[in-house]
Design a protein around this ligand. Structure first.
Ligand code: NAP
Length: 503
């Protein structure tokens, strides 16, 4: 049987991959040979399918954290739960009839660019093979859970759960539970666990800045009004967008102004926690916004409970039945919950992506995840990344960024009909230096450790500007940022033949 070929192969079916598939279908690229989506699970949904820990919800209002082309008048509240967002994505897949294009249980393990055929050769975990003219990665950034490197963690005798891979049958009722990590996931989980566990010990390495969450329930009347008058919902969406967008000024231009936001968080903390000693330990010392600002009305008050401990002594090791801290205390627990985040490069490290000249993406990115516009990578023809490096946001909805990048990729795919192309090294280098210099005076580089910064201390995660500026940059593809693959291969061959000058 011959290897099936498609013009575009998409990997993943979360907001990025699904959005790409819908846009292709909607513009008429809906024949089987136009595109395929590889989804390793058995349903669409990405992170909103995978993250099932109790309390999981989005901290961006759903009217904005949803596709612009598919507004949902039936959100149950301002900040929808993970389950509701997952259902929204399932509904989108059904509504736009893209399921026929999705291969479920299809785990891409390797993608290699074939310089002779000018095609990507794709291999799935089950041995199936495909070829594609272009490859679009919609694998997300927050996918691969990080298990902290703590001595003895693998000797723990009870259940060890990670927020990102929460089993449906997890039962922590009546157990003594340790939660390690106090980031976005833990802050949502801890108040829920406190209700179930007999005792909760929260191990905090760095406290988080938290703002009040203004989360209104959407009554039937609001839902009916939005369903009847979609323009009204658009108006409200625009208002929310502008409110969130205005914050970028402080994040990216005048981080010293974040002290105003800090005041709100400090007042929120004071109103939430009675015990001044605990309150002091919950107060961060870095500028608010340097790490992701969290929203919760329940997290801080949890620490006033008798059965919840805040542990701030560093963890030195884990024993089969206890977490041991630097002060020598053995915190005896029955279960371990890790809210320790994700490996950003993990989404890509799990597959082998080989560009021209046999270069592997994991190796190329080992010195930093460099791209042009967070979308294309020099040396990797017809490879496109959605929600790629430097396209995360600290102040607004990433779905906007995904949609801008999708529009850009669609233009690239049109141009590829005339021949495969690749981003030039000059375009990528220019973008990399721009990101470094624009990040210098933002809140994200103001002196804290966060997943926004790579191991070299560079911001390769967040777009250091407004979403409008990203839209302006991606609205039209700059022809000069690309070269035909033929020319790229010729110059690479020439470089190989010309001996390096000796001094
Ligand atoms: P995270 O923000 O990276 O937090 C990880 C936590 O684990 C931090 O508190 C970190 O402490 C701690 N930690 C890591 N290694 C540790 C160790 N060896 N010992 C002790 N503590 C350790 O991860 P996350 O909470 O999963 O969130 C990641 C991102 O996912 C968020 O920033 C957000 O973008 C996204 N998210 C979004 C939502 C939403 O509502 N939209 C919900 C959940 C997650 P340090 O701070 O000291 O490093």
């Amino acid at each position: 049987m011959s290897t099936p070929h498609v013009r575009v192969a998409i990997v993943g079916s979360g907001f990025s991959g699904l959005g790409m598939a819908i846009r292709l279908s909607e513009r008429g690229d809906s024949a089987p040979q136009d595109y395929v989506v590889f989804e390793k699970a058995d349903e669409v949904g990405g992170t909103w399918r995978d993250n099932r820990y109790p309390g999981c919800a989005c901290d961006v209002p759903s009217r904005l954290y949803s596709f612009s082309f598919r507004q949902n008048p039936r959100w149950s509240r301002d900040f929808a739960t993970a389950g509701e967002i997952w259902q929204y994505l399932i509904d989108c897949a059904d509504h736009y009839r893209v399921r026929d294009h999705i291969e479920f249980g299809a785990d891409l393990t390797s993608a290699a660019y074939d310089e002779t055929t000018r095609r990507w050769s794709l291999r799935l975990a089950d041995g199936r093979e495909w070829t594609a003219d272009s490859l679009v990665m919609g694998v997300g950034a927050l996918h691969r859970p990080v298990v902290p490197d703590i001595e003895g963690i693998d000797t723990f005798a009870g259940p060890t759960l990670h927020t990102a891979i929460w089993p449906d049958d997890a039962d922590l009722a009546g157990k003594r539970v340790a939660v390690i990590g106090t980031g976005a996931s833990a802050v949502q989980l801890v108040p829920e666990l406190a209700q179930e566990a007999s005792h909760l010990s929260v191990f905090q390495r760095t406290p988080a800045w938290i703002l009040p969450k203004h989360d209104k329930v959407w009554g039937a009347r609001r839902q009916q009004t939005f369903a009847r008058f979609p323009a009204l919902q658009r108006l409200v969406r625009w208002r929310t967008y502008l409110q969130l967008e205005s914050r970028v000024l402080l994040f990216a231009r005048i981080p010293r102004g974040m002290v105003l936001v800090e005041g709100i968080a400090r007042r929120h903390l004071k109103a939430s926690v009675k015990n001044p000693e605990v309150r002091a330990r919950l107060t961060p010392t870095y500028t608010i916004g340097c790490k992701r600002i969290l929203l919760s009305n329940e997290y801080w008050p949890t620490f006033d409970r008798e059965d919840v401990d805040l542990v701030t002594d560093p963890i030195v090791r884990i024993e089969p039945d206890a977490v041991v801290t630097g002060d020598g205390t053995r915190h005896e627990v029955d279960a371990l919950v890790l809210g320790t985040g994700f490996s950003l490069s993990g989404s890509y490290d799990r597959m082998r992506i080989t560009g021209s000249g046999g270069r592997e993406l994991a190796e190329v990115w080992s010195g930093g995840m460099h791209t042009n516009l967070g979308i294309t990578v020099a040396g990797f023809p017809e490879l496109y990344v959605l929600l790629g490096p430097n396209t995360a946001l600290g102040h607004n909805s990433v779905v906007l960024m995904i949609e801008f990048a999708t529009d850009y990729v669609l233009q690239c795919l049109d141009r590829a009909r005339a021949g495969a192309r690749v981003t030039t090294a000059a375009a990528q280098d220019g973008f990399t230096s721009e990101m470094a210099s624009r990040s210098k005076h933002t809140v994200w580089t103001s002196g804290c450790q966060s997943w926004y910064l790579d191991r070299f201390g560079n911001n390769t995660s967040v777009w250091p500007g407004s979403t409008i500026s990203y839209w302006l940059r991606t609205r039209r593809v700059r022809a000069a940022d690309f070269e035909p693959v033929a020319a790229h291969l010729e110059s690479a061959a020439l470089e190989d033949r010309v001996p390096a000058p000796t001094s």
